[in-house]
Design a protein around this ligand. Structure first.
Ligand code: GLU
Length: 512
């Protein structure tokens, strides 16, 4: 039987999930669903110093908002739990010990102070200190000390850590599913810590052990983890799990909209767009970061936009439902090079999804906005028609009011620039004439009005162009808005006439 595909999203709760993290979750989710596999959520919280309260809840809430529900994991459970690494604390030591026994790891007793000294010294010589195949030979560890001394130190309660014993000069080769063959020479790598003095494994050990125990078949993660891959591969080998180690796929970076480098959490504030899926209030620093959700994005639009950061369907299709993404997704179509994030495109997606939204929902949105302003919504059919007329001018549902206000409120003032340019001496006279004409119109609907109105203007030998802006100014207060005749129809005869009369009176005064 074919092995069941199992992937995991394994964030560390060190802060809110950046949109790059959501994209990692999304690609894992799509890959799992496409292959009838399982998508797991594992929380990697072994670094107690970097733990941020609320971050785990934030991650769970973000995935929920995006509709990426895990099959197993924190908050859900499953046969390979617990899924929070701090709750698995007990099980890692035996693997670290196994690595020591097999000669792949060692105890190190160097104190943090001693290591800092070495680092400072190296810096003063413009070098970098690393605990590696060379330096380990002169440091305090179970490779240099006698077995007796090591045992004594441990017995006396001296703090120790466990480090990986990097092979001296070996090329590690791996076939990354996105990058192809990647080679690393161990001479360039250091002896990473696997187990810490606080009794916790490091990310590297816990990650490999858990991927193995949870039967993960594919590790799909951000490019920043590529440099950890050789160590992970060597760990699989050292633990005797090489045969069924997972395949690796390292996703491309998400780049800033302009300039160089990786999109960072600060870019959003600087350039005015959200970088986080949902709002984040840092409980410690009291910093606040805006979210796509609170900015009024639909999760479907956000997900669709993210899916195209590094992936394409092989053609130029841009709009995909989650279901379609599942059908079409493949790692072969994920690129190697960084994907530039375009905030305008994010808005474009939201605009597209708003157009597809159920009009009842949008009508309800506008209804609420009116309620909040204590403005009566009036007839609901009329409200629905207004929504259908203005929605293509909206990127966010919150803009419904901005585009519909004139159907509910008479202008309080008139756009000065347009008045200056288009409100001529004879305009009041013309508007009065039009008002009288409209009083007599019986069939108050846009289509027939357009016809009789055109006839009227032609008879008068007035220019259509010259009268439209003043008319719009009178009814809307500015030169914006939907088709003039639809505005007339939806305002109704009485309100239209009232607004025309008021405009003649007020614009005259405004001009003095
Ligand atoms: N805990 C790591 C992170 O925060 C997981 C990296 C991996 O997927 O191996 O992203």
């Amino acid at each position: 039987m074919e092995q069941k595909i199992r992937v995991r999203f394994a964030p560390s709760p060190t802060g809110p999930l950046h949109m790059g993290g959501v994209r990692t979750a999304l690609f894992n989710y799509l890959f799992a669903k496409k292959n009838n596999g399982d998508f797991l959520l594992r929380i990697e919280d072994t670094d107690q110093h970097r733990y941020v309260p609320g971050a785990e809840e934030y991650i769970i809430e973000s995935l929920k908002w995006c509709g990426l529900s895990p099959d197993e994991g924190v908050g859900i459970g499953g046969p390979y739990g617990p899924y929070r690494q701090s709750e698995r604390k007990q099980l890692y030591f035996k693997y670290a010990e196994q690595l020591i026994k097999s000669g792949n790891a060692y105890y190190a007793f160097d104190t943090p102070e001693e290591l800092t000294q070495l680092r400072t010294k190296a810096e003063s010589e413009k070098k970098n200190f690393s605990y590696d195949t060379h330096t380990r030979k002169e440091l305090k560890n179970s490779l240099t000390l006698s077995e007796k001394t090591v045992n004594e130190k441990i017995k006396n309660g001296e703090p120790w850590i466990i480090r990986f014993k990097m092979p001296e000069n070996e090329t590690v080769t791996e076939d990354d599913l996105i990058r192809g063959t990647v080679k690393f020479n161990t001479a360039q790598l250091d002896d990473k810590v696997l187990y810490k003095a606080d009794g916790m494994p490091t990310y590297h050990l816990a990650n490999v052990v858990d991927d193995h125990l949870m039967k993960i078949t594919h590790v799909i993660r951000g490019e920043e983890w590529l440099s950890s891959m050789p160590l992970h591969i060597l760990l699989y080998r050292a633990l005797g799990w090489e045969e069924n180690k997972p395949r690796f796929a390292h996703l491309p970076l998400i780049l800033k909209p302009v300039g160089k480098g990786k999109l960072s959490k600060r870019d959003g504030d600087k350039m005015g767009f959200p970088v986080f899926p949902i709002e984040w209030n840092n409980p410690e620093t009291k910093e606040n970061f805006r979210g796509y959700r609170e900015d009024g994005y639909y999760p479907e639009a956000f997900i669709n936009m993210l899916s195209l950061l590094g992936w394409n369907a092989g053609d130029d299709q841009e709009l995909f439902s989650l279901k379609e993404l599942i059908e079409k997704f493949s790692l072969e179509h994920v690129g190697k090079s960084g994907a530039r994030f375009n905030p305008e495109k994010a808005k474009w997606f939201n605009h597209q999804y708003l157009q597809k939204r159920d009009e009842k929902e949008l009508t309800e949105n506008l209804h609420e906005q009116l309620n909040q302003k204590n403005i009566p919504s009036g007839n609901l059919d009329r409200l629905a028609r207004i929504v259908s007329l203005i929605k293509d001018r909206c990127t966010f549902a919150s803009e419904l009011w901005d585009n519909a206000f004139y159907f509910f409120e008479a202008p309080k003032e008139y756009e000065a620039k347009a008045v200056k340019k288009r409100w001529k001496k004879d305009t009041p006279y013309k508007i009065r004439e039009i008002t009288d004409f409209l009083r007599g119109v019986e069939n108050w609907n846009a289509e027939s009005m357009k016809e009789v109105f055109s006839n009227f203007i032609t008879e008068k030998e007035w220019s259509f162009g010259q009268i439209m802006v003043p008319l719009r100014l009178s009814l809307v207060g500015s030169s914006q808005g939907v088709d003039m005749f639809l505005i007339l129809e939806l305002l109704g005869k009485e309100e239209t006439i009232k607004r025309l009369e008021t405009a003649v009176e007020k614009i005259g005064k405004q001009q003095i």
